[in-house]
Design a protein around this ligand. Structure first.
Ligand code: WTA
Length: 649
């Protein structure tokens, strides 16, 4: 990895919110006296009733995590109402359609009305505080309205990425027993329609078989395409909003009342419903948004994520709007109509802060510099990266070609569970090293441990833990607190274990090396190998499957599947295609297998455990160093696996 250091860069305005001395001072206070630090910064949001208790957290026992517990507030009030008096006509959301000729701007005043009306529609149809509402939407402003409307009335939203299949959507509806769904007729991406309503209909049927009955589906009209309609259950958004008042008082929410559930993959079992709460989450999301992105009044800020992921929650909707930012929502994809789209949009809307994922950067780098160079990008003063480790080559390209050496890159490391960024440079304060997420944000105490849990000091390579709570941390797994404690706090007692490997260098900088568990990171999307395996074995010809990741030049990691078939079945090309289709249907296109190897046997220990280490090596075409295979029940299977590997150099 490159150790080249880039100096602190000032913004184009030649003024940043942070400098290194202030960072050091604040960081020291934040870990030496977290109570005082977070007491002060908790006041960055408005409280109907201010808190008197700040931090009440423990990483042992039942792992109770409470921040600002006696404070009363409301997230949508903080993201909208409090800005209206002086800034109601400022632009809250710039929406850029998939079609480059379509866009619109929504002011804070307009946002207020849209959100209140949608909240009133939900109330009219019986949604109450604490109810779970599933949002299955494309990247249109109504997705943000829906989230904010939930928070306005105290309903708990569960946003499901529009690229997930009906099966995946159904699983998420059932898990949190959500009886109200918000969707749209069709999404549009890259000029192609996505049948969201049709998928929703299918998902609702599957959910009903699992005893969860969806009563109402609020349908936003996006394309006007033909869709099925269940009278009495389905209601049109554009009709309903006209039947309700334009004001809706914000519900008084306790700081620890749930705000949202977001399903994410782990190493075992079904995706977990990670639960975030109200007060601490908003304090932390908005504070990181301000300092990590150096957000200053009037800046146009663009995060290219989808609201279906945590990045979209914290850094398209909640963080920016709480800071009264102008946040850009993009419906499309980076290469439609061509690979210059991002930079065209940057010029069109004079974007100052641009935040995207390494997988997009690598793809655009591959398309060639001409696409970048035909734009000016002169408005840009800060670039960001998130989702997976950024390889130094992509970092350099992003910095030099896109940023023309003018804009710092904030490589932000975080997770669905952390709510917002934990390890990241701060513009104006942090020297950059390509590929390193650099230093912890305020209040964050990283620690590296070896596999036995021994704490590693100084320069080291180990498993990344965080040893004390921060306000944006997830509080539980919805409906399964035991799983929360077991997954995150039992591997290393008393510490939050991230599942990531990490190196700390001589300057105390952190370099995330990727997951050390059975979670894959495909184009910045988290997928559990267990989920893909269970999709594969649900195919009637498959008897067993094991899935591993391998390095992929564009996606970061690719999906490599070893599949054993039912006795007498033959692994044909047609079956391979069918399995690919099957997995896409079960989970969604993001889980599309890259390689499928038919394997008569999988390498197992005598106790029947699949030795993934061996499968990973073979998938990486690195079978010279398989290590000890003598403990295998049948060492012979390895030769066949090697001979038939799909990644031959
Ligand atoms: C990976 C996304 C290296 C990491 C916000 C983490 C990163 C997982 C970075 C969480 C980064 C995210 N550098 N790796 N800057 N950001 N990751 O929950 O493995 O979708 O555990 O949250 O992505 O993915 P999630």
């Amino acid at each position: 990895m490159s150790a080249k250091t880039y100096p602190v860069l000032k913004s184009a305005k030649n003024r940043t919110l942070m400098d290194n001395d202030t960072y050091q001072k604040w960081y020291r206070e934040s870990v030496e006296n977290p109570e005082r630090f977070w007491d002060k910064h908790g006041m960055r949001i408005d409280w109907f009733k201010p808190y008197t208790k700040v931090k009440n957290t423990s990483f042992t026992g039942k792992v109770p995590i409470k921040w600002y517990e006696d404070g009363i507030t409301n997230v949508s009030y903080n993201c909208i109402d409090r800005h209206l008096k002086a800034h109601g006509d400022d632009v809250a959301i710039i929406w850029e359609g998939d079609n480059p000729y379509i866009d619109k701007k929504i002011t804070y005043n307009e946002l207020y009305e849209h959100v209140c009306r949608m909240a009133n529609v939900m109330k009219k149809h019986g949604v109450k505080k604490g109810d779970r509402v599933t949002i299955y939407m494309p990247m249109i402003p109504e997705a943000a309205y829906a989230m904010l409307a939930c928070s306005r009335i105290g309903a708990v939203h569960s946003v499901v990425f529009g690229g997930f299949s009906p099966d995946a959507l159904a699983g998420r509806i059932v898990d949190c027993e959500s009886t109200f769904v918000i969707t749209c007729d069709e999404g549009v991406r890259g000029g192609k329609p996505i049948p969201l309503k049709e998928n929703t209909d299918t998902a609702i049927d599957i959910a009903a078989k699992n005893h969860v009955i969806v009563n109402k589906v609020l349908v936003v009209r996006r394309t006007g395409g033909k869709i099925g309609w269940a009278p009495g259950r389905d209601i049109w958004h554009h009709q309903e909003v006209l039947t309700v008042p334009r004001d809706c008082p914000p519900a008084k929410m306790k700081a620890e009342d749930p705000l949202f559930i977001l399903y994410t993959s782990g190493s075992t079992g079904k995706p977990k419903g990670v639960l975030h709460t109200t007060g601490g989450y908003l304090v932390y999301a908005s504070m990181t948004h301000k300092y990590v992105f150096d957000y200053q009044d009037g800046d146009v800020y663009w995060c290219t994520a989808d609201v279906g992921w945590v990045t979209g929650h914290s850094y398209i909707v909640y963080g920016p709007l709480a800071n009264r930012a102008t946040t850009l929502m993009f419906e499309g994809i980076p290469n439609f109509p061509d690979a210059g789209r991002f930079w065209e949009v940057v010029d069109k809307h004079k974007v100052n802060i641009f935040y995207t994922a390494p997988t997009a950067i690598r793809a655009l780098m591959g398309a060639g510099d001409e696409f970048v160079k035909r734009s000016s990008r002169s408005s840009v003063r800060l670039l960001g990266s998130v989702g997976e480790p950024i390889n130094p080559e992509a970092w350099e390209w992003y910095y030099n070609v896109v940023g023309e050496g003018r804009s710092p890159i904030v490589d932000t490391w975080w997770q669905t569970e952390t709510g917002a960024a934990l390890i990241t440079p701060l513009p104006g304060a942090t020297d950059l090293k390509p590929g390193s997420a650099t230093r912890p944000f305020f209040g964050v105490q990283p620690q590296l441990v070896d596999n036995e849990g021994k704490v590693l000091e100084g320069v080291a390579d180990g498993n990344l833990c965080i040893i004390d709570s921060w306000p944006g941390q997830a509080r539980t797994v919805y409906g399964d607190h035991k799983r929360f404690v077991e997954t995150y706090f039992s591997t290393y007692k008393g510490k939050y274990f991230t599942g990531d490997g990490c190196r700390r260098d001589e300057d105390g900088y952190y370099w995330i090396t990727g997951r050390v568990d059975d979670v894959l990171n495909i184009s910045g999307h988290r997928l559990g190998t267990a989920e893909i395996e269970s999709a594969l074995v649900s195919h009637h010809l498959v008897s067993e499957a094991a899935v591993v990741g391998y390095p992929h030049s564009l996606k970061g990691q690719g999906i490599y599947c070893y599949v054993s078939l039912m006795a007498g079945e033959e692994g044909t090309e047609a079956l391979r295609q069918d399995l690919v289709k099957h997995v896409r249907r079960e989970i969604g296109p993001i889980a599309t297998p890259d390689k499928i190897q038919f394997a008569p046997g999988l390498p197992k220990t005598r106790s029947g455990k699949i030795m993934r280490r061996i499968l990973r090596k073979i998938a990486e075409d690195d079978f010279g160093s398989l290590g000890d295979t003598s403990t295998l029940a049948d060492p012979g299977v390895v030769d066949d696996l090697i001979a038939n590997r799909q990644n031959k150099a």
